[in-house]
Write a protein that binds this ligand. Structure first.
Ligand code: PLP
Length: 380
């Protein structure tokens, strides 16, 4: 490669810089108009009734479980192949995560394995749309209905993913997005919770900000506190960056589809590799990245392949470096065994993810694919 291509690179330019510059010259840095307008524009974009800006996706999911009243003694079913935050938020409220293996073809939760894990204590199913590939929500929703369970969606990598035209995050009770630098849009740190449920919106709005309740007060300066809230707000600087990014989201998403499809056309014939893909014709992926699963002899050399690619200037990532139940905290706490999660292990050990973001284009993909072929040949 002519230069190093990072796996993820936020596209920050004049619109973001000028907005921040303007914002910093006025007095309101939190609890202001920018956050309200970011919430309104975001909810219009995804088509939700409500949207609450928070300090991260993790904060949003923590508040979601609190809003649903999930607590100690409850169980929440969760996929194994995800960011640790997905499971941590269940632990935060004292509930127990019940891990289910994923599908090898998509990385999404294995729906067929959910029902056998449901007990009297099960209160919710936590869904992750793996690298933006929408999970099978129709089947999951019917299970949730049958057993009266809530659905919490982790949409951190799924901004732009839709099923039958309906944005992810709206197929369950509540959904959270992340605006961490390498996600689809960034506010540096930040997140958004969407829901169509007024009670959930109302709870999260108060709980993100110490539990202040100004509703029944005659003056806006006065408040009562009726719940144990956190400081999980988004500030005005983050919100104004978010507003500028949201303007460019369609362009970002189009670039990702274009890049993803171009990779596929170039990599389809490559041997001993499986590409993680969305197979559902009724849904669209946010194309967060393109993930290759190395098969046969190549799989043993995954880490070396990553190193060789890095030397050539190709930035990659692993989603995720371990199935969550096999990380020490969970493995020891719940005495979990690796044989229970064969598909998640396969993705953790045998996958490499390549960038699809707006910082790359067809000519860079040509170079990346050239490097992939070159490195794979070393390990032939
Ligand atoms: C990035 C990510 C998170 C965490 O998001 P934060 O905004 O950093 O809290 C959670 N879940 C998934 C699937 C992620 O990829």
């Amino acid at each position: 490669m002519k230069k190093h291509i990072p796996f993820g690179k936020p596209v920050i330019g004049k619109p973001e810089i000028e907005s921040v510059n303007r914002l910093l010259r006025q007095p309101i840095l939190v609890h202001g108009q920018q956050t309200l307008s970011f919430e309104e524009k975001f909810s219009n974009y995804v088509g939700s009734r409500y949207a609450v800006a928070v300090s991260s996706c993790t904060a949003g999911m923590h508040l979601s479980y609190l809003a649903l009243g999930i607590k100690e003694g409850d169980e929440v079913i969760v996929t194994s192949q995800t960011h640790v935050a997905t499971a941590h938020c269940i632990e935060f409220v004292g509930a127990k995560p019940i891990f289910v293996d994923c599908e090898q073809k998509t990385g999404n939760i294995c729906v067929e394995s959910i029902e056998s894990k449901i007990t009297k204590k099960t209160r919710a199913i936590s869904i992750v749309h793996f690298v933006g590939i929408p999970a099978e929500m129709k089947k999951i929703k019917s299970l949730a209905k049958k057993y009266k369970l809530f659905i919490v969606e982790d949409c951190a990598l799924a901004l732009g993913s839709r099923i039958n035209g309906v944005h992810v995050g709206l197929h369950g009770d509540v959904g959270s997005f992340s605006f961490y630098p390498v996600k689809h849009i960034t506010t540096i740190e930040g997140g958004m919770v969407i829901t169509n449920n007024k009670k959930i919106d109302d709870f999260i709005r108060r709980a993100r900000s110490f539990g202040y309740n100004k509703k029944k007060m005659k003056s806006n300066l006065l408040y009562d506190v009726d719940l144990l809230g956190y400081n999980y707000r988004m500030n005005e600087v983050e919100a104004i960056i978010g507003l500028a990014q949201l303007e460019r989201l369609d362009h970002f998403l189009n670039k990702r589809v274009e890049n993803f499809n171009y990779y596929v056309s170039k990599l389809e014939k490559i041997k001993n590799v499986h590409i993680l893909r969305n197979y559902d014709l009724n849904s669209i992926s946010s194309n967060y990245c393109i993930t290759l699963i190395l098969k046969k002899h190549l799989s043993k050399f995954r880490n070396q392949i990553v190193e060789e690619l890095k030397k050539l200037g190709v930035g990659t990532s692993i989603y995720y470096p371990g199935p969550v139940p096999l990380f020490k905290y969970y493995k020891t706490k719940y005495n979990l065994k690796s044989r229970s999660f064969p598909n998640a292990l396969c993705i953790s050990n045998q996958s490499i993810s390549f960038p699809t973001g707006p910082h790359i284009d067809k000519s860079i993909i040509d170079e990346i694919v050239f490097c992939i072929n070159k490195v794979f040949n070393i390990f032939k």
